[in-house]
Design a protein around this ligand. Structure first.
Ligand code: CA
Length: 233
């Protein structure tokens, strides 16, 4: 089941309208009318995103926004009657992803929500580790780490870039020239052969038998390619 959008809003009429629009856009919706109720819902399920009213009967939504952001990287859209610029800036400082001023157009709200979710999805996909052969080899691009059978490897930034370039397109042959420009970031005649030295070092680190590589294969006369079964995450 798809995670829901949590609406935290004590104005029942507005909450009903926003819910109707979100459900019309195929989102699942849960609703809380107070901070306390919102916290209970958050404990029960991590939502896909939160639409958060600032003025709630038992406190300010700002507090909850901070707590949500501390808990997980969930998009938060603040909904408020207050509109001065300082308030808006304060909202962003608390980690809100967007800010919609009441009277809110539900259509605009849904539109903004979709835009934010798309942005998050792109960021998550880009940051997702590359995992191969049932987790035997994992490349974490966010931390620039490589692990083999659960053991973190010591790897240089150049080696990481080189391996990441190859592993991002398994089974694609890269010429040394391409690898120089993608991994070393500069192009200079004569540097093509330095790729060989980096590959040799990488094989020592990631292959079970560096002389019979399973991951980093040589394509004679051309360059290298990465073999590995990408795990579905
Ligand atoms: Ca309110």
């Amino acid at each position: 089941m798809l995670p829901s959008i949590l609406i935290v809003e004590d104005d029942q009429k507005l909450a009903r309208i926003v819910r109707a629009y979100l459900e019309g856009a195929d989102f699942r919706v849960t609703h809380a009318s107070s901070l306390a109720e919102a916290r209970t819902k958050l404990d029960a399920e991590t939502p896909l995103a939160v639409i958060l009213d600032l003025g709630l009967p038992d406190g300010s939504g700002e507090e909850l926004c901070q707590d949500i952001k501390a808990l997980a990287d969930i998009p938060v859209i603040m909904l408020t009657a207050k509109s001065p610029e300082e308030e808006r800036i304060a909202g962003f400082a608390l980690g809100a992803d967007d800010y919609v001023v009441k009277p809110a157009s539900p259509r605009e709200l849904v539109y903004r929500l979709k835009a934010i979710l798309k942005r998050y999805d792109t960021a998550v996909t880009a940051a997702r580790p590359l995992s191969f052969n049932n987790g035997t080899l994992i490349l974490d691009s966010r931390r620039h780490q490589v692990s083999k059978s659960g053991q973190a490897l010591t790897i240089t930034p150049t080696e990481f870039k080189l391996l990441f370039t190859l592993a991002s397109s398994p089974q694609r042959t890269f010429t040394r020239d391409e690898l120089v420009s993608k991994a070393l970031g500069y192009h200079f005649e004569g540097y093509e052969r330095s790729i060989d030295a980096h590959i040799k070092n990488l094989r020592q680190k990631i292959e079970n038998d560096p002389r019979r590589p399973e991951y980093l294969k040589t394509v004679y006369g051309i360059g290298y390619l990465f073999c590995g079964e990408r795990d579905a995450l």
